[in-house]
Ligand binder design. Structure first.
Ligand SMILES: [Fe+2]
Length: 405
């Protein structure tokens, strides 16, 4: 009986953990100040062991095990706790099935990925300053906040998955066949991950030679590191330009200074705007728009854009996908959720600040007629990654004769 009680307590506690993180994820998706976000995270973190302890005390002390549990003896609050755990466990099973059954949509024609481990000498792109594995620590781990977190064994923060993925999109005009975009997300410059790491990421980005670079927000977590932009993103130039929007972490810092720094280095601000891109071949223009809601600005106005025009949206959060779908965007690029940063074996990501929880934590999603790409991003406020390697992706677009839903 003792074993049964323990198993029940563990399953109900796991259910409560799932339910409370679902609530937390949704609360973090709205525009709260950082101190409120931190407070919510601490409350949720403390509530999980508290739930388990209360449950065990109730089972053992008040009811002397399951044998003493009955409708007559169970109190109202005990019933609420058990129900919360049971409902949460149902959600846990559901999200595990969804995570395990995820497959990219069929419009993904090719996927060419390799993982670069920055803790070994970099020979493929540049072997200039990193000569031996022992150098990696002083080269890539800085003195900033959470340095100890960055140094945790097995932390994947100092790896990078560099991918080229080809997508077939039904409305892409022939003149834009092969359009390539390198999508950056969530660098979170804060200091524990050094500038050198981000310079290396940008060297990989430059080697991908895209038609345009885009950054979907959360560049900074510390304005003292503003001068990091010049040797990193400032070195990137593409034939069709470099475009950015800000994220909630840039918003916490004060947006004007960040926008000015981007623009000083040739990046175009897409906040609440819609810009026409023209092909050098004869053919119709396409539009690229930016959306920083719910933190800043408003949805970009597409009323002047013809319904046939191919549309790309840069949105910090994937939560804007249903709006993008209504506006008939063909491609939406987002970040913000970092793939959850830690993915548990079997269960997948746990934390993702989104109205939809972990559903859009990362990956590619087809919501007809919109293809949404959610990047795991490059770093995070906490420099920690397990089973969730930072990513840098080049998307190549093909017009959609071979597209199947
Ligand atoms: Fe972020």
């Amino acid at each position: 009986m003792t074993g049964l009680i323990l198993v029940a307590a563990i399953l109900l506690s796991a259910g409560y953990a799932k339910l409370s993180t679902m609530v937390l994820n949704r609360m973090l998706a709205v525009t709260l100040p950082t101190w409120a976000n931190k407070l919510l995270e601490i409350i949720q973190l403390l509530s999980m062991p508290a739930y388990a302890m209360i449950l065990l005390i109730a089972f053992y002390s008040r009811h002397a095990g399951f044998g003493g549990l009955s409708w007559q003896t169970i109190s109202y609050w005990e019933l609420v706790l058990i129900l919360a755990g049971a409902i949460g466990f149902g959600f846990l099973v559901h999200s595990t099935i969804v995570f395990q059954s995820y497959r990219p949509p069929r419009c993904e024609i090719t996927c060419d990925s390799r993982i670069v481990d920055f803790r070994t000498p970099l020979t493929a792109i540049a072997a200039d300053q990193v000569s031996a594995p022992s150098d990696w620590l002083s080269t890539f781990v800085g003195p900033g906040p959470r340095r100890r977190v960055a140094l945790l064994p097995g932390n994947q923060q100092f790896s990078l998955e560099v991918s080229t993925k080809t997508y077939s999109l039904p409305r892409l005009p022939q003149a834009w066949e092969g359009l390539s975009i390198v999508h950056f997300a969530d660098t979170h410059f804060r200091g524990a991950v050094t500038r050198r790491y981000f310079e290396k990421v940008c060297e990989h980005a430059r080697a991908l030679k895209p038609d345009l670079f885009v950054f979907s927000g959360d560049l900074f977590d510390d304005l003292a590191l503003l001068d990091w932009l010049e040797p990193t993103l400032g070195q990137l130039k593409a034939p069709l330009g470099q475009y950015f929007i800000l994220g909630n972490h840039d918003w916490y810092l004060g947006t004007n200074v960040v926008r000015q720094e981007y623009e000083r280095h040739g990046w175009v601000d897409l906040s609440s705007r819609c810009i026409e891109l023209k092909s050098d071949k004869s053919g119709p223009p396409i539009v690229i728009a930016g959306d920083e809601t719910p933190w800043m600005g408003k949805h970009p106005d597409l009323s002047h854009v013809s319904p046939e025009t191919f549309r790309i949206l840069l949105s910090h959060t994937p939560d804007n996908v249903y709006w993008a779908q209504k506006q008939k965007f063909d491609l939406m690029l987002a970040g913000h959720t970092h793939g959850g940063q830690i993915r548990l074996p079997l269960l997948g990501p746990v934390y993702a600040p989104s109205r939809y929880g972990c559903r859009f934590a990362s990956g590619v999603f087809w919501l007809n007629p919109t293809l949404m790409y959610v990047s795991r991003g490059i770093s995070g406020r906490e420099p920690i990654r397990y089973n969730c390697v930072p990513e840098l992706t080049k998307l190549v677009l093909r017009s959609g004769s071979n597209f199947r839903e």
